[in-house]
Design a protein around this ligand. Structure first.
Ligand code: PHE
Length: 343
């Protein structure tokens, strides 16, 4: 019993020394004095099992210790309150000459965020607005107003996830619906980019994900031509990749542009040799683009005889892969810290 009391006292003193704030002090108090499981309470309970003399002797000792503990707790409380008021305890001061502690790891942005922020800076410097749109989108904005009627085969290439019992809503398969929303809201002339998450019913592999990011661009004004489109595309790629890139333009079909193009860039991961990131072709489909289809301008509430425009839909995760030499798109959403720490 005596030993037990001694041990308890040691532990209490040790616990008390480590206390830095009121919460910790409450915890210590509970640990020793809680009615049900407090360590001191337990000892007091055990006293009743002792016989006459021993009970008297240890009862006295235990009571003394209990009182001592309670006094110490009160003292500590007052001390903490004083510190709270002054910010520093009387023994504490700031030593400005002390060397700093070793730097611990800071948080940082995800590579997708880094690239999107950079792109947004680049486009705002060219007078573009940065817009947002809903990820859960109506079929009207996702397809119809983009000149993709219900029975159009292009819907198949953009198969996405639908909402149960609400088949007129889908998880947007691209950021293009915001083209329509932007024209309807802001009219023309307009220069806007939209960064955001898109979704597709996709079997994933090294270059495909079911959830991915795009940056949409839209310019509508008088006399916009392919020359304007190409100029801006070049600015975009060189601005973000900070090096010369080789590009090629192919015809591409998207119902909401006419003419439509696929702008590919030579794969920077393998320098055109062929790898997982470029589907072993040496070229990466980076920038589908084109001149806005007159019907789309109409859906946007503008007159296609007065206005023309260009649009592009950058697959920004692919650009991230090119910028950093990442060979598999699935790393980006893996949440693997060993991967993320590299940026
Ligand atoms: N929205 C198209 C896609 O996701 C890309 C695109 C945008 C093409 C704008 C042309 C113009 O595939």
């Amino acid at each position: 019993m005596k030993n037990e009391l001694q041990k308890l006292k040691k532990e209490f003193i040790k616990g008390l020394e480590e206390i830095r704030d009121g919460v910790q002090l409450d915890e210590l108090e509970k640990r020793f004095f809680s009615r049900r499981s407090g360590e001191m309470t337990q000892i007091m309970k055990n006293l009743k099992d002792l016989s006459g003399e021993a009970r008297k002797e240890f009862g006295k000792l235990a009571n003394e210790i209990k009182r001592e503990f309670q006094e110490l707790i009160e003292e500590k409380k007052t001390e903490l309150e004083k510190e709270d008021k002054s910010g520093l305890s009387s023994e504490e001061s700031i030593d400005v000459t002390r060397p700093k502690l070793p730097q611990t790891e800071n948080g940082h942005f995800h590579p997708i965020t880094i690239v999107h922020n950079k792109l947004e800076d680049l486009f705002t410097s060219m007078g573009f607005m940065v817009l947002d749109g809903p990820e859960l989108e109506s079929n009207y904005y996702a397809f119809e107003a983009l000149n993709i009627p219900a029975d159009h085969p292009a819907r198949e290439s953009m198969d996405t996830f639908y909402i149960k019992d609400h088949s007129d809503w889908c998880m947007r398969p691209h950021t293009s619906p915001v083209q329509i929303r932007a024209m309807q809201k802001y009219g023309a002339p307009i220069r806007a980019v939209v960064s955001g998450r898109c979704f597709r019913n996709e079997a994933t592999d090294a270059s495909h994900e079911h959830t991915f990011y795009q940056m949409e661009g839209l310019v509508v004004d008088k006399d916009i031509s392919i020359a304007n489109l190409i100029g801006v595309m070049k600015e975009l790629l060189q601005g973000i990749l900070e090096r010369e890139v080789e590009v090629r333009l192919r015809p591409g079909f998207f119902p909401f542009v006419e003419p439509g193009f696929e702008l590919d860039m030579k794969c920077l991961v393998c320098e055109g040799e062929g790898c997982g990131a470029c589907k072993h072709s040496g070229w990466v489909e980076t920038l589908p683009c084109g001149l806005v289809h007159p019907k789309v301008i109409e859906y946007g509430g503008l007159d296609p005889k007065e206005y023309s425009g260009f649009a592009f839909g950058l697959g920004s995760m692919r650009l991230v892969m090119q910028k950093y030499g990442i060979e598999d798109i699935r790393h980006l959403h893996s949440g693997d810290v060993r991967f993320l720490e590299q940026f």
